[in-house]
Design a protein around this ligand. Structure first.
Ligand code: 3PG
Length: 399
């Protein structure tokens, strides 16, 4: 059900699960996209007179407090974006949280400390999550699920709590699912998917599924070297998942049988080591020197990729094309972003999925509104495209 179905929220304590998992450099937030995306739901609840209790995780602490994973900097930024004070509880379900909720009046916003400081949040078995989920639910009268980036996680604040309180789907989750559904249900064609990032093993299931649905699959990033190896190329010191080469060979054959075009780079930037200062040159993929590693797709590949996207009506992109954090290896990711911007201007639906890819396009100077949609979910959007049932969504259907 939607927030409106929760009835009159004035004075009610509403627990909101947001995804505020932002990249930090010390205490400085380097990309606040996820906080900005979370603001409309929090604001709407506050304006409806609810006592809003926001809960979220940051990074992957191991079930106990660690300063570097504190949500304190996020509380400050959230307050700035909301234009009102956010009370920060220094624990999740303890004395500080209870006091903050108690003190909150109509429209006030409280942010709880990192949920993952409690081992019950991420425990594998529902029994081990039950106590923590019960304590979280005990803080509130209703629950709103708005953390799209975590809906693929069967965790206390995403899944179990929705079974304990009257629950509704938040506007961000609704919007994200609405866009991704357009990719899985009869996408306008040609439909291309661009995959990058380091590891092919993270993307196997989605590749398997995309071979059934997409018209073109463009591959870059560290994972491409396993594809190049599968095609018989030598990849030098590049990232390579030797144990996946046969699986990838299978995909290449399947794609051929189904008439799905797999587009791989024709050149790469090969460097002596993983460093911005390393010696580096553009080489064709059949000439990667044994002592070099590919850290970006090359200029001819960028042109080829842009060409293959030019007539597409739907494109999903997850994962950078190279080690874009280092200027010499940012060209491929920037060129790809530019190609997406161009076809968006011509009316194509373009979706950028994942915290990393979203941060990459912003860091490279692109604005969110130059793309059709920038998803806040990385793993979540990929699992959605895989056609998997996502626990954070199915639990809401149940309720
Ligand atoms: C993400 O960064 O994709 C989400 O915040 C989920 O984080 P997790 O992969 O640590 O569960």
């Amino acid at each position: 059900q939607a927030i409106a179905d929760l009835g009159d929220l004035r004075g009610k304590r509403v627990l909101v699960r947001s995804d505020l998992n932002v990249p930090l450099d010390g205490a400085t937030i380097t990309d606040d996209g996820r906080i900005r995306a979370s603001v409309p739901t929090i604001k709407a609840l506050s304006e409806a007179g609810a006592r809003v209790i926001v809960c979220a995780h940051l990074g992957r602490p191991k079930g106990s407090p660690e300063d570097k994973y504190s949500l304190a900097p996020v509380a400050t930024r959230l307050g700035e974006l909301l234009g009102r004070e956010v009370a920060f509880a220094t624990d999740t379900v303890g004395e500080s949280a209870k006091a903050a909720v108690e003190a909150a009046g109509e429209g006030d916003v409280v942010l709880l400390e990192n949920l993952r400081f409690n081992p019950g949040e991420t425990a594998k078995s529902a029994d081990d999550r039950a106590e923590f989920a019960g304590q979280l639910a005990g803080l509130a009268d209703a629950f709103v699920s708005d953390g799209f980036g975590v809906v693929h996680r069967e965790q206390a604040s995403v899944f179990d709590v929705a079974r304990l309180l009257p629950s509704a789907v938040g506007g961000l989750v609704e919007a994200e699912v609405g866009v991704l559904r357009r990719l899985t249900t009869d996408p306008e064609r040609p439909y291309a998917v661009v995959l990058g990032g380091a590891k092919v093993s993270d993307k196997l299931a989605v590749i398997d599924n995309l071979i059934q649905t997409a018209d073109r699959l463009l591959i870059g990033g560290g994972m491409v070297f396993t594809f190049l190896k599968a095609q018989g190329h030598e990849v030098g010191k590049s990232l390579l998942e030797e144990d996946q080469v046969d699986t990838v060979k299978g995909y290449l054959e399947q794609a051929k049988d189904r008439g799905v075009e797999i587009v791989l780079p024709v050149d790469v930037i090969a460097a002596t080591e993983f460093s911005a200062e390393a010696e580096h040159d553009v080489v064709t993929i059949d000439a990667i020197p044994a002592d070099r590693m590919g850290l970006d797709i090359g200029p001819k590949s960028s042109e080829l990729f842009a060409d293959k996207l030019a007539d597409c009506r739907t494109v999903f992109w997850n994962g950078p094309m190279g080690a874009f954090e280092m200027e010499p290896y940012a060209g491929g990711t920037a060129a790809l972003a530019k190609a997406l911007v161009d076809i968006t201007a011509q009316g194509a639906l373009t979706v950028v999925g994942g915290g990393d890819s979203a941060a990459a396009v912003r860091q490279l100077g692109f604005a969110d509104d130059q793309f059709g949609h920038i998803s806040t979910g990385g793993g979540a959007s990929l699992e959605y495209l895989e056609g998997k049932d996502l626990p954070g969504l199915t639990v809401l259907d149940e309720s």
